[in-house]
Ligand binder design. Sequence first.
Ligand code: ADP
Length: 190
Amino acid sequence: MKNIVLFGPPGAGKGTQATLLKEKYDLVHISTGDVFRFNIKNQTALGLLAKKYMDDGNLVPDEVTINMLKEEVNRNSAANGFIFDGFPRTESQAKALDVFLNEKDAKINGMVALEVSEDLLVERLLERGKTSGRTDDTDEGKIRNRFNEYNTKTAILKDYYQAQGNYFGVNGVGSIEHITERLAAVFDKL
Ligand code: ADP
């Protein structure tokens, strides 16, 4: 099994790259943001709860997110492995993921991070907001708050995986194809 955490700040290109890499490596792509948005669209109880947080650019509480993630993994028990996109986003999520995979005799092979500067990201997100229909992409204040959440709660996960010898940074600036090549060079080794 190959289990990879695709990491990076909002707008780094995780979703775009995960869609390409899941085909290449025959992995299941789980985007927690996409699962939340699916639930919001279908007005499930989970969706109604998550919406309150997402609309302001805040993180959804850990317990809710962790339970959802476990369900998604369990629904795909035949998978060759997973690309986790948008999860973990807190240290407590990372620890829960390690325990959960360990129970299945599995592990995270590596965290592969897309590195992009914040100014470029805000520009990309505002551009995406024009067509994505995502309410969290249209307001610079909400975008800044997502970076604040990222910087205070999520960025430390680099240290968490680095301590396990499992952090691999990749330059996330360039054409989509070039970035896929850079990521694939890391995936191949994991
Ligand atoms: P982006 O990385 O571009 O901000 P995502 O689609 O990954 O977008 O996530 C959108 C929103 O969904 C986040 O701002 C957050 O509110 C919620 N979310 C997604 N994943 C998590 C998570 N692991 N923990 C808590 N909240 C999450």
